[in-house]
Ligand binder design. Structure first.
Ligand code: SF4
Length: 881
């Protein structure tokens, strides 16, 4: 990368700025490098060096010789704190553009970059060597004793579990070596202690902060309420832990005070809620909705809760006492910060724009990591329907009653003592032009969406013709083929009209904002300021919707999945009528996860769950989160930056699998009936199935959970066998819309004999220890609905990459789900129970073995329903006497 031509004249002038090589090399390394250059006839050579305490290069490895293209590939092995070195034979040590690009790229990975002359007398520092903070390693042997000392065992019910100790050791090594560690920890290992103990020790020893992310509230509660207090005592260490929640959980003092001052915003019958909130914020410590001692409607809470678009941050007069920022202040002083995956993903997206939600942290633990990818996809999905737009418009100007931000702003400005000629253009827009614009947009939204719904209804009827399944496809994904169909031209035209209206409304809003700026209004006027903030945020939101519709209408890419979804009103006068939602999802989040979570070479990352591996392989999980299992650095698809990161990750990642310590062989039975209809997997509930279910649930005396993937199948089976089971004094519960999950589980747990029928959300995160649950029925293999647009898009991406959409995507997804469902049954060493899988595909299909081999139980009993009822009898008699 020598500058051989145009830059030669600069040699003399810049040479005086070069540093003497002895400042940057030990004598031995100076000689070694000189020798390497000489042996290469004075041509360019590339090496990587390691620096000593005084930042001098004390070891050196020759990477490559030759031309400018020689460095990137071998340089990928350079790690944080090392330095890339090359010589410029001309003696002009100024970096060329190519040098600067390479230096910047490696610099972002913590690798320094220097240029030397052929005699290794002068040095040009392009990027200084990064000094890796010397971290104190943690002692895994010492930490392991916390898990099974006599004292702790008695007080905290701990027992020696070799798998837990091994997991702790793996994690301690990951911390000491800055690794990315992926660990499947079977149910009952006690994984939270296995990662919290080393994490806390490492954080305290090195004064570094650790973020722990989970996907479910029960696990967060377990960590905060149970594990952390216990570990304070067990480890004998004081440390601070904070649970970080999203903004919408907190009341915003400014928004609350503003709403109180604007009676038009909240209907009069709900004004009393504002008064109650005003009194409450005087004595609440948290300002969190969950701590409210009284009920507040969603309508009011949406107006008074903290909102990113309307938050003034440090410019807010209430910043010092703000509940949301107080939580963040505490998090910034905490040793351990607990979050959920959604917030982790918001933080990741913000960091892509150089801002952040979470405090800086030097290590990351992702528990329940099997959900990371799906939560990332959810987080990066945008949805629009007519209500999304109408809600913003109603807030700006309510057509029916004339209330809203524009009216408030008009009154506030009108009341100011100011030259009326100056305010007139603003007042005119606020009283006439903008309300009129909102009205037109409102009508356009109604018109466009109702026409799109009509067009889509006809189109979907057409497409669903001949669909023999018991549900109609309610989604229509925008593929190239679909966009060729005539209906799309109609939709496109309607959406373009809507975009025109949106654009002119946004333009008027921006013009109004500029005019308001020109008025130089008093920033201390809280009420006026509040209305202006609301105006800005509404315009921003309309702008974001505009962008989403443009993306929705754009050309097909592999990056996004776009689809129409037909939904129905569930209440009110329109109940049962259809409406359309437009969705845009980013389907392949692996690159964002890799770059956002694993690119810092000095940050250990632990990812764990009871369900990461498929038949002991981590390949599927690694693909999901962007971790390369193997990598060909010659790949032409990747940018140089990707190559460097992937190559580094191959070295940093390790994978471990620790089996559950539970005795599945003696305490568990897995059974598959062989004589039920093949139609089971098509959600057919026939008489044989009903009879078998009644028999099985009778044998277990209730204490059973039946998990479905389809709500209609659940409802049908529930309705058909509920009377017979009730007659046997078995309490029959069904997951419904009204009853809260926690309440339903409490009823189930406390009833002596109950059966619970449930769907998707009950397949994981449920912990029913003891004999409340001894029979688990999995209605069918939990494959995703094939018509799911995201699944379809991801399947296509998979195929395009030369993978099988079934074996490399749909099957692993279903296996992970089955493992999660199965994991509900045995929750402690003394638990026992039987699991029934009512889907013969596990024995008929070749892929069935993958399901069975991925479960922690070795043996599966196949038999007729009568035989299995007998076996259930025997099994329960053996365990219950
Ligand atoms: S800082 Fe933001 S969230 Fe807090 S009170 Fe002010 S506006 Fe509300």
């Amino acid at each position: 990368m020598d500058m051989k031509d145009g830059n030669k004249e600069r040699v003399g002038e810049s040479q005086s700025t070069y540093a003497p090589a002895e400042n940057w090399f030990t004598t031995e390394m100076q000689i070694k490098l000189r020798d390497i250059i000489s042996r290469n006839n004075g041509n360019e050579v590339f090496g990587v060096g390691t620096v000593d305490e005084s930042s001098r290069i004390c070891s050196l490895e020759h990477l490559a010789s030759g031309n400018a293209g020689a460095v990137p590939a071998p340089g990928m092995t350079a790690t944080f704190g090392q330095v890339l070195i090359h010589n410029h034979p001309t003696g002009n040590l100024e970096p060329s553009n190519a040098d600067i690009n390479v230096a910047a790229m490696y610099g972002s990975r913590g690798v320094g970059n220097i240029i030397v002359d052929n005699d290794v007398c002068s040095v040009r520092i392009v990027v200084k060597a990064f000094k890796e903070k010397k971290r104190v390693p943690i002692d895994a042997d010492k930490l392991a004793t916390f898990l099974h000392s006599d004292e702790n065992s008695d007080a905290y019910g701990l027992e020696y579990r070799p798998e837990q100790v091994a997991m702790l050791r793996t994690i301690a090594t990951a911390f000491n070596e800055n690794r990315v560690s992926v660990i499947e920890a079977g149910t009952g290992i006690g994984k939270s202690y296995a990662y919290l103990i080393p994490a806390i020790e490492w954080g305290l020893l090195n004064q570094e902060r650790i973020v722990v992310s989970t996907s479910t509230i029960p696990l967060q509660e377990q960590i905060i309420k149970k594990d952390i207090p216990a570990l304070q005592t067990i480890m004998g260490r004081e440390f601070k832990t904070v649970l970080v929640k999203g903004r919408s959980h907190f009341v915003s003092i400014r928004r609350l005070r503003y709403s109180i001052g604007q009676p038009e915003l909240i209907p009069s019958e709900k004004q009393s809620e504002l008064q109650e909130l005003e009194a409450w914020i005087e004595h609440t410590d948290t300002g969190e909705r969950s701590d409210l001692p009284f009920a507040v409607s969603d309508e009011v809470w949406n107006e008074v809760s903290s909102d990113g678009d309307e938050c003034l941050g440090a410019r807010c007069p209430h910043f010092g006492e703000c509940f949301y920022f107080n939580m963040h202040r505490k998090a910034s002083a905490a040793d351990v910060v607990i979050v959920n995956h959604s917030l982790l993903m918001i933080d990741l997206a913000l960091r892509e724009q150089d801002v952040a939600l979470l405090p800086s942290h030097q290590a990351l633990i992702i528990d329940e990591a099997h959900n990371l990818e799906s939560i990332a996809i959810d987080q990066f999905t945008e949805e629009i329907n007519e209500f999304t737009i109408r809600r913003i418009l109603n807030r700006l100007y309510h057509n029916r009653n004339g209330r809203g931000i524009l009216t408030q702003l008009h009154s506030a400005i009108d009341a100011l003592e100011m030259d009326r000629d100056r305010m007139m253009p603003v007042l005119l827009i606020l009283s006439t032009d903008f309300p009129q614009k909102c009205k037109e947009l409102f009508e356009s939204v109604q018109e466009s969406f109702s026409q799109i719904t009509a067009v889509l209804t006809t189109e979907m009827d057409e497409l669903n013709k001949g669909n023999k399944s018991n549900y109609a496809n309610r989604n229509l994904r925008l593929t190239d083929a679909v966009m060729e169909r005539p209906f799309w031209d109609d939709c496109k035209e309607l959406l373009l009209q809507l975009l025109d209206e949106l654009k002119s409304t946004i333009s008027l809003g921006e013009k109004l904002s500029d005019l308001l700026d020109e008025l130089e209004l008093d920033k201390a006027n809280e009420s006026l300021n509040g209305s202006i903030i609301c105006l800005h945020s509404s315009i921003r939101r309309l702008g974001a919707l505009y962008t989403t519709i443009v993306t929705f209408m754009g050309v097909s890419t592999t990056e996004y999945c776009r689809w129409f979804e037909m939904r129905s009103y569930t209440r009110g006068r329109s109940k049962g009528q259809a409406y359309i939602t437009l969705s845009v999802a980013q389907i392949d989040v692996a690159d964002r996860l890799r770059n956002g979570l694993f690119s810092d070479p000095s940050k250990p990352v632990i990812m764990t769950s009871a369900t990461l591996a498929i038949n002991k392989s981590f390949e599927y999980f690694s693909r999901q989160v962007g971790l390369p299992i193997s990598y060909d650095a010659e790949s032409e698809e990747d940018t140089l930056d990707d190559k460097i990161l992937k190559t580094a990750l191959i070295r940093r990642c390790n994978y471990s699998l620790y089996q559950s310590p539970f005795n599945y062989r003696d305490n568990c039975r897995l059974m598959v009936p062989t004589n039920l209809s093949d139609d089971v997997h098509r959600n057919v509930i026939d008489d044989d199935l009903k009879r078998f279910m009644v028999q099985a649930i009778s044998v277990s005396s209730g204490r059973a959970m039946v998990l479905f993937r389809s709500y209609s199948a659940m409802k049908e089976l529930y309705e058909s066998i509920e009377p017979e089971l009730s007659a046997q004094n078995i309490l029959v519960l069904k997951q419904g819309l009204k009853e809260e999950r926690s309440h339903l589980l409490h009823t189930f747990r406390t009833a002596r004999s109950a059966v619970l029928f449930a769907t998707v959300s009950f397949w994981e995160g449920i912990d029913l220890k003891g004999d409340a649950l001894v029979l688990l029925v999995l209605h069918k293999l939990p494959f995703e609905v094939p018509s799911d647009p995201i699944l379809q898009s991801r399947s296509e991406v998979c195929e395009r990459r030369g993978l099988s959409s079934f074996f490399d995507l749909q099957l692993p997804m279903a296996v992970i789900k089955l493992k999660q469902g199965f994991g509900r049954l045995i929750r402690s060493k003394s638990d026992y129970g039987a699991a029934l899988i009512l889907d013969k595909r596990v024995m008929q299909k070749s892929y069935g073995r993958v399901f069975l081999k991925s479960l922690p139980i070795q043996e599966c009993h196949f038999g007729t329903t009568d035989e299995l009822v007998e076996q259930l009898h025997a099994f329960f008699s053996e365990h219950e006497g």
